[in-house]
Structure formats: C-alpha cells, structure tokens
Ligand binder design. Structure first.
Ligand SMILES: [Zn+2]
Length: 252
C-alpha cells in the first residue's frame, strides 16, 4: 500500500528490513526510487502505481547495493538513473548483486538488477537535487525535493539501521561524519525524511535522526562504544563490530 508522505511523494514499505520504495511525481511522470524488495512487493507496487494513473518515466537508485538496484517489467523499459559512480559500480557488481538478491529475496527479476544510467547534468526526469556523498557506498546519493520539503535519504538517517561504514574503503568514519554534516544542512530544509529502511521521519524526528547518526559516528571517532537504542537489535551485531573494527584501524 502506498502512503502519501507529501504532495506527490508516496512510500511503500516491504517486510524485508523495512525497505522503503518511494514513488515521486515529477513533471513528466512518476520516478520510482529504490523499488523493492520481493517479487510480490514489486508486483503490488506496480498495482499501486497503476492506480495512480500516471506513467512511470524513470527509476532512481540511491546506491549500488543489491536491495536498491531492483526493477520489475511492469514498471516499463524506462531509464533507471543513479550517480555516475553508482552506475559504474552497479554495472561491475551486477553478478554479485544478482546472487545476493537470489539468496535474500523471492521472485526478484534477476535480469533487471543494476541496469543503471548516469543521471544527466540537468537531472533528466528526476525531480529535485541529488546530494552525492561518499558514506556507506560508492556514489551514494540522497534526493532532496525542496519544493515538497522531503529528503529521500538512502541508507542513512534510519531508525532501525545504525550507520553502516563501507567495509571496502578506508577512512569511512571521517567520510561518514562529513556526509552527515551535509545531510544535516539539507535536513533543515525538510519536514519529512524517507530512509532506505525503517520508518518515515516527520517534524522534530528529522533532526533527531541526524543527531542519532552523528552521536554514533562521533563515538566511533572517539574510540568509544556508542550508546544507541538501535544496537538492541541483535541482527546488527556483526555490522556494528565491523564498524568498530574499521574505526580502530583508522584511528590506530
Ligand atoms: Zn546499502
């Protein structure tokens, strides 16, 4: 079911890690941001989109992790955009993304994973401003819809996921802190944040999300154990340990 979070911005959440697919109405039609996850989710999203009665003109992937690279034939054969860096990495890593999708989700059209095009300089049909940064994954971008006071944040500013440092690149603690500075500025211009996973933040919750991610990263920076309610989820223990490991390496 689509939930309208602002004028012409809808969210549909999957049961798989509370993943948010976002539907954005642009000038030429709808843009689907990170549609997912299971085949049944994608099919229901297509039903929801059909009911809106507006054509899908493009997709947008926030970053090159498999769960943000999905598509379904019912959305149509339209360009699927990303930052140039994201499109390149997604192209190189398509086989791995397909394997992970096949293992993690049912009924995903594997052939359509990660077929991305670099976003043209004028944004093409994708509305808003792309806020690219280096945290979490190569070519990660948030999408700022300033006119509707919405930020689509990708895998940051979540109430379920802790900050996840990119394990493949060094210096991620500093890079993550810088990305949060940028997103913190941007978040002051919005009333709604839609994270890649978790609940939509509204009103005062927006600043609280930035503060929570910042507190976690600042603790890593100081070499301390973060105090963070999200860490009560046992399934995040390995990711948290990997973060601590990377932080120790960069400090030492
Ligand atoms: Zn991710």
């Amino acid at each position: 079911m689509l939930n309208e979070v602002a004028d012409g911005v809808w969210d549909r959440q999957s049961g798989w890690v509370w993943s948010n697919a976002v539907v954005v109405r642009g000038e030429g039609g709808l843009v689907l941001v990170d549609p997912g996850i299971d085949g049944a989710d994608l099919d229901q999203l297509a039903d929801d989109v059909d009911r809106l009665g507006v054509p899908v003109v493009a997709g947008f992937s926030t970053h090159p992790h498999w769960d943000h690279l999905l598509w379904h034939p019912r959305f149509g054969d339209v360009p699927r955009y990303a930052t140039a860096a994201c499109a390149q990495v997604a192209g190189e890593a398509r086989e791995r993304a397909r394997d992970m999708a096949a293992r993690s989700a049912e009924g995903v059209p594997l052939d359509l994973i990660g077929r991305l095009t670099p976003l043209p300089a004028d944004g093409g049909p994708v509305p808003g401003e792309v806020v690219e940064h280096q945290a979490h994954a190569v070519g990660h971008a948030a999408l700022l819809l300033a006119d509707r006071r919405v930020l689509i944040a990708g895998d940051m500013l979540s109430d379920v996921l802790i900050p996840l440092l990119d394990p493949r690149r060094s210096g991620q603690v500093e890079v993550y802190a810088a990305a949060l500075d940028r997103l913190g500025e941007v978040a002051r211009q919005v009333d709604v944040v839609v994270p890649g996973h978790g609940s939509v933040a509204e009103g005062a919750e927006v600043a609280a999300r930035v503060a929570a991610d910042r507190a976690y990263v600042e603790a890593l920076r100081r070499g301390e154990e973060p105090v963070d309610v999200r860490l009560e989820q046992e399934w995040l223990a390995a990711a948290h340990q990997a973060n601590l490991h990377q932080a120790r390496r960069s400090v030492g």
